[in-house]
Design a protein around this ligand. Structure first.
Ligand SMILES: CC(C)(COP(=O)(O)OP(=O)(O)OC[C@H]1O[C@@H](n2cnc3c(N)ncnc32)[C@H](O)[C@@H]1OP(=O)(O)O)[C@@H](O)C(=O)NCCC(=O)NCCS
Length: 322
């Protein structure tokens, strides 16, 4: 098994975890008491719990070599772990976390009873579509030490997103304009989420009823027509299979405090997991938006062109292949 450097910062606490894996080819394997199974090539998510501590359990999984004890050990001889989600001290039950993933379209139990010897679940190994970004959730930390959560926007976020939109200043909205910022737009977005078309990533603080969105970053999957035309004119053809258009925003009170920078490693992992290898800026960046340009340069974007709307704008592009 190969893994992609995901063992860092694993919590020692007990809790739940989810391994995201890619299986490169159709594979026949023997899985303990389940016997012989055949898994088609594709993306899989396994939900488990580690009562004696997440770090030791996950490091064992990432090494992928120990004794064949759990069902997942057999699969890890063949699959590549692309990301690990951890839920230390989770109040949620393992089976509920597993079931939540099954609520996404085009997901299915991969093998009945896999990883579910001790519970009544149909199985803890879920086959997910390739367009499903991984992770769906990741903890992160601001330079101040404050913890935030980075995750995909969910259908139940409409009220939170509406509050975020309504709180944006005119100055921020003048620089960030992928769509209107009102409650009706937030409701419509959350009612029709489709990661195949758009990754909508939020950063939040607090938890439960107090969870508050402090950043909202979009990646349009593929090439937007206007961006594609400008890049073609620059002699940089964009391949829709490998391209995404980034449009980031951070709540005014949180700007220039490292929020978007804390989101970026997760955002890049998510984008790569769905095949995106280059990011361009959605409609470019306004020439006098120095903070945004400083942020983009920090994350490897380079300026490749200029264009006029009512103001001067820059096109910037970043290669994010690993
Ligand atoms: C642009 C935006 C998404 C960046 O997010 P953020 O959380 O504020 O950014 P961060 O704090 O993570 O990073 C900002 C970086 O820019 C640097 N920076 C700040 N002001 C700068 C300036 N005047 N010139 C150059 N760099 C500057 C900061 O020093 C920081 O880099 P560092 O961490 O190396 O010090 C956010 O500020 C925002 O929403 N702005 C309004 C909307 C917008 O402009 N969106 C982009 C449209 S193209």
């Amino acid at each position: 098994m190969k893994s992609q450097g995901t063992a860092r910062d694993l919590p020692e606490a007990p809790g739940l975890y989810r391994l995201w894996m890619d299986l490169p080819t159709d594979t026949r394997m023997r899985v303990g008491a389940l016997g012989e199974i055949v898994l088609p090539a594709g993306r899989y998510a396994y939900t488990g719990s580690a009562r004696r501590g997440l770090r030791a359990r996950i490091q064992r999984h990432l090494r992928g070599d120990g004794p064949l004890r759990w069902h997942i050990d057999y699969l890890l001889r063949h699959a590549t772990v692309i990301h690990v989600e951890t839920y230390p001290d989770a109040e949620q039950a393992e089976c509920a976390l597993n079931a939540a993933l099954l609520a996404w379209p085009e997901t299915a139990i991969a093998v009945r009873r896999f990883g579910a010897s001790d519970c009544r679940c149909p199985g803890h190994l879920i086959r997910t579509p390739r367009w499903m970004p991984a992770p769906l959730y990741a903890p992160a930390r601001l330079p101040s030490g404050e913890p935030i959560c980075v995750r995909l926007l969910r259908p139940d976020d409409a009220e939170r997103l509406g509050r975020y939109f309504l709180g944006l200043s005119d100055r921020t909205k003048a620089r960030y304009g992928p769509h209107p910022f009102d409650q009706a737009t937030a409701d419509a977005i959350c009612a029709s989420l489709d990661p195949r078309d758009m990754l909508r990533i939020v950063a939040t603080t607090g938890g439960g009823d107090d969870e508050t969105i402090i950043a909202y970053l979009l990646i349009k999957v593929g090439v937007r027509e206007s961006d594609g035309k400008r890049y073609a004119a620059l002699g940089i053809p964009l391949d829709p299979k490998e391209c995404g258009a980034l449009a980031p925003s951070v709540a005014d009170a949180w700007q220039n405090r490292g929020v978007a920078s804390a989101v970026m490693p997760v955002l890049i992992t998510m984008a790569r997991s769905v095949g995106i290898r280059r990011l361009v800026l959605w409609d470019g960046v306004i020439a006098d938006n120095h903070l945004a340009q400083g942020f983009y340069r920090k994350w490897g974007f380079v300026k490749v062109g200029e264009f006029d709307t009512s103001v001067l704008n820059f096109d910037m592009i970043a290669e994010i292949s690993a």
